[in-house]
Design a protein around this ligand. Sequence first.
Ligand SMILES: [Fe+2]
Length: 297
Amino acid sequence: MISLPTYFIHISDTHIGPTKDYRRHGFASYPCAQKMVDIINAFPHRPDFVIHTGDVVTNPHDDSYKLAAELFDQLDVPIYFATGNHDTAKDIRKFLKMGPKTDLMDDELVYRFDVNGERFLVIDGRADDTLDPHGNISEPQLEILRRECSAEGPPLTIFLHYPLWPINSTWFDSHMMVINAAELHDVFLQARNRLRGVFHGHIHMPLQMVKDGISYTCAPSTFAQFAAWPGATQPAFVPDAPGYAFVQLVGDQTIVRQHTFEREEFSDEDTAERTLPQAVGFREPIRKVVPDPTKTE
Ligand SMILES: [Fe+2]
């Protein structure tokens, strides 16, 4: 059987504030998130869905989530969210619409969904505030993940907010990782033969890492990127552009294309008129590969 190609856009760390002119670390987050939405809506190939791997907002404040909800409602494809350390699962459930899914826990935001025979699993790594900004996977959640990540099953792609493994930068390695990463990685290893990859955010940079044959990919933030050089003992930012990844699941290949876009700034002169990205082939349905039973090759 030839499986259908599946496309998704991976975005992360939008850090929307309570007002559109909110700035974090000197960068305006909302205008960049708006541009990201415009880019997705004009994307040359319509993605099957968008995954946002967390830090939708900076503070779990109703006004921030309402702004985020208004913004992501503009998307004309389904979107899914993972809980970031700046989010709460409760707020994401309350304010943000997601595509069809099967919830696996009531309190933590853990769920799965299927598209074109592909399985997607979203994990909630938010730790207690005392451990923040580290991530942690609760024991009840690990139990569920052990069942979901069995050796047999459809091709599997996993999303969470946090990286598991050190990135060789002192401050990040001692503050930003999943504390029980080894246990979680062991769960992933059960499914290694069907695991397409693990996608995360949190460290605001395009980054790829392979461990024990499992690919871990971080999407850049849609508004500001961290510097995390070897030996750095404090977090800092670099002026690198906002970005996202276009991920293609084609046959047995997982193709990750990371893109950047020009930073948008908010100013008082801003009007409601936005320059929309040029649509190329927009609205054309993706041509699905369907095997022709009359052909033998
Ligand atoms: Fe984060």
